[in-house]
Design a protein around this ligand. Sequence first.
Ligand code: GLN
Length: 287
Amino acid sequence: MLTVLEAINLSTEYLRNKGIESPRLNAELLLAEILGLKRLELYLAFDRPIQENEKLSYRQSLQRRGKFEPLQYILGHEEFYGLEFIVNQNVLIPRPETELIIDHIKSYFSKQKIEKVLDIGTGSGNIAITLAKEIDKVQIEAIDISAQALSIAAENSRNHNTESRVRFLLGDIFSEEIVESLSKYDCIVSNPPYISLSDYPDLQIEVKQFEPEIALNDKSDGYKFYRRIIEISNRILNLNGTIFFEIGYSQSETIAEIFNSHGFCDIKVFKDHSNIERVIQAVRCTH
Ligand code: GLN
């Protein structure tokens, strides 16, 4: 009978031959999930025999990964800011660099009052739900154009007991009717689609073939959502309210200009752990 160690070794080779990065890590994580173990617990179970049904599930998982499907979609979950989020192909997989936006919102609002937040393009709900957990008493509205994404977000919100604090709205922020239906917020946060039409084809195959294009490609110059959100902010953001955006590589200058030309002040840009500018923050000024 096949043991855990043999299965890991065989599947590592399989994934390596398919060209998957970190094949052993992938093989271990997929097997651990199927056996209901933590990855490190596999090391104490090297001699454990693999049952027929486990072998079957493992083979299916490996085949999916071998076709470059992201590991997180196969596992069905991903961790964000220490919380577990359910994911599937209808939502973007939460990224570690997006955790930065949570840190900056938390630190900014440790000094000022924040009652209402709007999260635009909530996807799996990771930002909205994490903020609800991290910031006392805050009320969050989270909008997305995809009903399938919102059903995942709602499930995540239930799992984290944030249902009374996070309200999900279905809609397109490019629709005037939707903007009219929104209230006024102290803070708007968004990790919008910011890959331009021309850069989209260069994305990694895992991303391009499996993650929702609608969450990534703005089908324009990469600034379409930033422009729109800043333009509508006089209707939906309180005076002295703050916008936090996740931004892509080399986008900060253009976005700062858009903020400037719409009367925003205190513009700040923050770098991520790879030294890439990743978060921009600006205040809707009174003057
Ligand atoms: N808000 C989600 C995230 O930050 C989804 C973003 C998106 O789909 N563009 O991961």
